[in-house]
Design a protein around this ligand. Structure first.
Ligand code: HEC
Length: 149
């Protein structure tokens, strides 16, 4: 009997792993899914600016349009970090909730840096634009270092 059970279990295991796709957000309202999608939107609006700067194709007017789009995305994730949403499939660390004040400071730093990028875009001075873009990037990175896996 035990033998048969083990055989069945061995057969079942690959079936289970073949069926398990990405982990779903099972919470009501799917806050984890919403904040992850909002971050992807931020990334999609942020990357084209970096590409334009890296490839030395800076054009002031299109860049301003890109910053406008980016500014309209930057508020997306934050309201979805609700209590009780530290569970799979989140990549957030527990520190988001246990060090909430530090997380808020990191969010405020990101808000300030993105506002500065928007302002710099309107000056149309490329060195300032470059610095301001790098500053936003470092606020993404420093938050991820502490608060994201
Ligand atoms: C104040 C902290 C903070 C800032 C600032 C921040 N992020 Fe994040 N980011 C997070 C956390 C926390 C997660 C994990 C969310 C989750 O999985 O629940 C995340 C997730 C992501 C993801 C992954 C989404 C997914 O599908 O798993 C991307 C992409 C991302 N951030 C891009 C950015 C970019 C680009 C910036 C800056 C322009 C930025 N983030 C700024 C905290 C931050």
């Amino acid at each position: 009997m035990l033998f048969r059970y083990l055989f069945a279990a061995a057969l079942a295991t690959p079936l289970i792993s073949a069926c398990s796709g990405p982990v779903e957000d099972t919470l009501p309202g799917q806050p984890i899914k919403h904040r992850q999608e909002a971050f992807k939107e931020i990334l999609r609006s942020f990357e084209p600016m970096g590409t334009m700067l890296r490839t030395n194709r800076y054009e002031a007017e299109p860049f301003i349009e890109m910053t406008t789009r980016f500014m309209s995305r930057r508020d997306g994730p934050w309201d979805h970090f609700i209590d009780g949403s530290f569970q799979p499939p989140t990549r957030a660390r527990e520190a988001v909730w246990s060090q909430a004040d530090d997380f808020e400071q990191a969010r405020i730093a990101f808000m300030a840096a993105s506002e500065a990028l928007y302002q710099a875009a309107h000056t149309q001075a490329l060195p300032d634009v470059r610095n301001a873009y790098a500053d936003v990037e470092s606020t993404c990175r420093s938050c991820h270092e502490v608060f994201r896996n």
